[in-house]
Design a protein around this ligand. Structure first.
Ligand code: FAD
Length: 305
């Protein structure tokens, strides 16, 4: 029966949640509230971003360390190549490995001088994410996820160049790609067709961004290889002064996007949480994803083991 079939498929959905490292006590509190609220969704893994040039090395390490020691979650550390020699990057890998990290999200990173500037690899460093992936795999049998861009990376000449780079990352040992966020599923669908036609068979996990702040997303999207469609702006802009209604609509739109992708046979999703749980929870609840209420709760900071 259709309902039973759908329920079974939903139960089989696989999730990952992306966080960024907190920069102060208030942000740390918010991150841990978010992790606590999202733990019952039993994600396959959560990941913590890494500031280009190692600018967040310590807070990324601290967050990943605490997730591994204080929660039942599996944590992946993002890592970039920017502004560092291979030896320096490898030393960071060792620090992550020492706290139990077995999974990295390997990235080239944005130019040190900011998004939009020309990228200059460090003369003694990993030149791009494919080289970093190979470097990680040479150190240990790490799981390596990488990026993918359904609307192409802004620096790529065209989608083919982008898919060539993805292929190089897979050949170097990456076993999963997490996409940049996108809002029109047809872009993902077309991209996936081209990726599969290129002989790449790893999961291309759609990155879902429930929109907390439209202006911020619009500003960032031009620089990072994603477009914000007019229909999305038309739905959210009129609600600018009504945060509760805006959140409700933002969650509904993201839930509809996830539903559409489930309809295409996709069963794995990466959520850009922005370190907030409400919209992500609402999306998952709307698509009928079951929480596991008996999931172990993260320990309070400083609690005895
Ligand atoms: P690559 O995979 O190496 O390259 C991406 C594309 O750009 C390729 O298709 C390639 O064709 C093209 N390209 C690369 N270099 C050049 C060049 N020199 N000339 C022409 N074309 C080129 N950034 C962070 O700083 N920290 C993070 O934690 C982080 N996490 C991310 C997580 C995800 C899921 C995604 C999608 C992105 C993330 N980013 C992060 C952003 C990422 O670092 C930037 O998009 C960066 O510009 C490219 O890194 P990459 O690993 O995608 O590059």
């Amino acid at each position: 029966m259709t309902i039973g079939h759908t329920a079974r498929r939903r139960h089989a959905l696989r999730l990952s949640f992306e966080f960024f490292p907190p920069r102060n006590e208030e942000a740390d509190r918010q991150l841990w509230e978010t992790i606590t609220a999202l733990t019952p969704y039993a994600p396959d893994f959560v990941s913590v971003t890494y500031g280009a040039g190692g600018s967040t090395r310590a807070p990324t390490l601290a967050a990943v360390d605490r997730i591994i020691s204080d929660t039942p979650l599996s944590a992946a550390a993002h890592l970039t190549c920017v502004g560092a020699t291979k030896e320096e990057v490898n030393a960071v890998v060792e620090e992550f490995r020492a706290v139990g990290v077995r999974h990295f999200v390997a990235l080239r990173g944005d130019p040190a001088s900011g998004l939009g500037a020309a990228y200059q690899p460090h003369p003694g460093g990993y030149a791009n994410a494919a080289e970093l992936t190979a470097g990680l795999r040479a150190i240990d049998d790490f799981e390596v996820s990488v990026s993918a861009y359904p609307e192409k990376h802004p620096e790529s000449l065209d989608v083919s160049a982008d898919i060539d780079m993805l292929k190089r990352k897979v050949d170097a040992g990456a076993t999963r790609a997490l996409t940049q966020f996108f809002f029109d599923n047809v872009l993902y669908e077309r991209y996936l067709e081209r990726v599969r036609a290129a002989g790449i068979d790893i999961p291309i996990v759609p990155g879902i961004l429930p929109v907390h702040n439209l202006a911020q997303v619009q500003k960032f999207s031009g620089l990072c290889g994603a477009t914000v469609p007019q229909w999305l702006a038309d739905r959210l802009e009129p609600l600018d002064g009504r945060p509760d209604d805006r959140a409700m609509v933002a969650a509904e739109l993201a839930a509809r996007q996830v539903e559409g992708l489930i309809g295409l046979g996709i069963d794995e999703f990466h959520f850009y949480t922005m370190n907030r749980s409400a919209l992500v929870s609402s999306v998952l609840d709307q698509v009928g994803f079951k929480r596991q209420e008996n999931a172990e709760r993260p320990k309070a900071a400083g609690a005895a083991a």
